[in-house]
Write a protein that binds this ligand. Structure first.
Ligand SMILES: Cc1cc2nc3c(=O)[nH]c(=O)nc-3n(C[C@H](O)[C@H](O)[C@H](O)COP(=O)(O)OP(=O)(O)OC[C@H]3O[C@@H](n4cnc5c(N)ncnc54)[C@H](O)[C@@H]3O)c2cc1C
Length: 437
């Protein structure tokens, strides 16, 4: 049974290729190049090696020298955790699993001629290099749409999203720490689908908690393009109204960003009747709408009809447009939430399907996946959200269907607690070591 207790300690997917024995001397059955060493890419690389008994040769290409985790990065913004706690290297994947790791940016994917099915071109500090393979897995995360700027374009941009952990996380931390009592932190939430459905509400809460403790009289204004809280509505609603109800946090749904003026630190929003409303901030945190990572766009694979992401067959995460190329993690368009835990699960389903394909077998016809997410709502309290997904052959999508409990909806914690805050640490360590170690 997958319940709260078991998913904290184990990250198994029912789509396990446990039938392929581990062996150091297996002959190579195929080559895979994985683009992007984040939550989805690192997981697929590791499980391709492990579950194939090293029979699949894997090259993992990542543009950064190490991964910086988005998960937990809201607690870095509030100075509760350090930047270094977000860093994960690739050494174990290389040494323990025999993955070839290349530091560079993939700039092209084209038919490989005599070298293999695909030729992947990588820009490294030393110039261009190439890798040949039979299958490509794209896991480049997301890129962010530009927000229209109405101010002087010569003014250096100080409006951050900090929605891709890295330098912006540290810069937003500094902006928050520099706020004076009585000042205003304004944040905006993009329309769905965006990465980490609970994440913006989590940030609003931990920033409100920080201001309550450190900057008396300050407040957080949250403008949400969606018509209401998109995840963990009970617990975030409780936090907004009770923990931060006395004028510390204001939540405004159905307000979309029209433009920002970086110099003035103002944002102009449109309500559901398109009436403009301009707000001035001391710190302005605008999270723009997302689209699939640039290489997915370049390769022409962002072919979903309603959103700029890649349509895939969720039994294998193979592109519906280009056979032999798989798109996993936040770049894919599925009914699964865009989340690191889910990226890890999708990586496993994809690894299983690729190993089966190299062995002339069809993908698992009924994969399952679980999604779990802990959300801090203060420096000591956290909530959680979980769901079990099952492939539905009628719609060809993953639907919430927990065969043990019968649940068809995501479940959230009864209330935020310190106990959940402690378990959050265990969950984070388990997930990250399942992905990178
Ligand atoms: C503040 C915040 C909090 C979050 N909290 C949670 C949480 O509690 N739980 C949860 O499950 N999820 C959480 N998420 C969501 C989670 O971080 C993402 O869903 C997850 O990281 C997606 O994984 P990915 O592999 O698709 O992308 P990423 O993890 O972003 O990895 C993509 C990688 O690809 C690399 N890359 C991109 N293009 C190229 C290229 N052309 N060549 C080489 N490398 C390339 C990038 O450098 C990057 O390392 C949170 C997100 C945010 C922003």
């Amino acid at each position: 049974m997958i319940n709260r207790r078991s998913f904290v300690g184990t990250l198994g997917s029912a789509s396990l290729a446990a039938l392929w024995p581990l062996s150091a001397s297996s002959a190579t059955v195929g080559r895979v190049v994985v683009v992007g060493g984040g939550m989805a890419g690192a997981a697929v690389a590791k499980y391709l090696r492990m579950w194939s008994g090293n029979a699949v040769a894997v090259t993992l290409v990542e543009q950064e020298s190490r991964y910086t985790s988005n998960i937990m990065s809201n607690l870095v913004v509030t100075s509760q955790m350090s930047m270094s706690s977000l860093y994960f290297g690739y050494g174990t994947l290389v040494k323990k699993y025999g993955i070839k790791q290349v530091t560079g940016r993939v700039v092209g994917i084209e038919p490989g001629g005599l070298g293999g099915t695909w030729k992947v071109t990588i820009s490294t500090g030393a110039g261009l290099s190439t890798e040949f393979c039979e299958r490509v897995v794209l896991a480049p995360g997301v890129q962010f749409d530009a927000v229209p700027e109405t101010g002087n374009p010569a003014v250096p941009a100080t409006i951050l999203h900090a929605w891709q952990a890295g330098p912006q996380t540290e810069q937003l931390r500094q902006q928050l720490a520099a706020m004076k009592p009585g000042q205003t932190f304004v944040m905006t939430i993009p329309p769905k689908p965006y990465r980490c459905p609970p994440g913006p509400y989590e940030r609003a809460c931990v920033v409100a908690d920080y201001l309550k403790r450190n900057k008396p009289g300050s407040k957080v204004l949250v403008f949400d393009a969606n018509s209401g809280i998109t995840a963990e509505a009970e617990n975030f609603g409780y936090a907004f109204n009770t923990l931060y109800g006395s004028g510390i946090l204001e939540y405004h749904p159905s307000m979309r960003v029209a433009s920002v003026d970086s110099a003035m630190r103002t944002v102009t929003l449109l309500d559901s009747g398109n009436i403009p409303y301009t707000v001035k901030a001391d710190v302005l945190n605008v999270i723009p709408p997302h689209r699939a990572g640039a290489i997915v766009q370049t390769a022409g694979l962002a072919n979903a009809t309603t959103v700029p992401f890649a349509a895939v067959d969720v039994r294998s995460f193979e592109s519906t447009q280009t056979p032999g190329i798989h798109v996993i993690g936040d770049s894919s368009k599925t009914t699964l939430p865009k989340a690191g835990h889910v990226g890890n699960q999708g990586g496993k389903i994809c690894a299983d399907a690729i190993i089966k394909a190299f062995n002339f077998q069809a993908p698992d016809p009924a994969p399952t996946a679980n999604s779990a997410c802990f959300s801090p709502v203060s420096s000591t309290l956290a909530s959680w959200l979980t769901a079990v997904y099952q492939y539905d052959p009628v719609t060809g999508t993953m639907v919430i269907r927990d065969q043990v409990t019968g649940s068809t909806a995501a479940t959230e914690a009864k209330s935020p607690s310190t106990d959940n805050f402690g378990k959050m640490g265990t969950w984070y360590k388990t997930l990250m070591s399942d992905t990178f170690a």
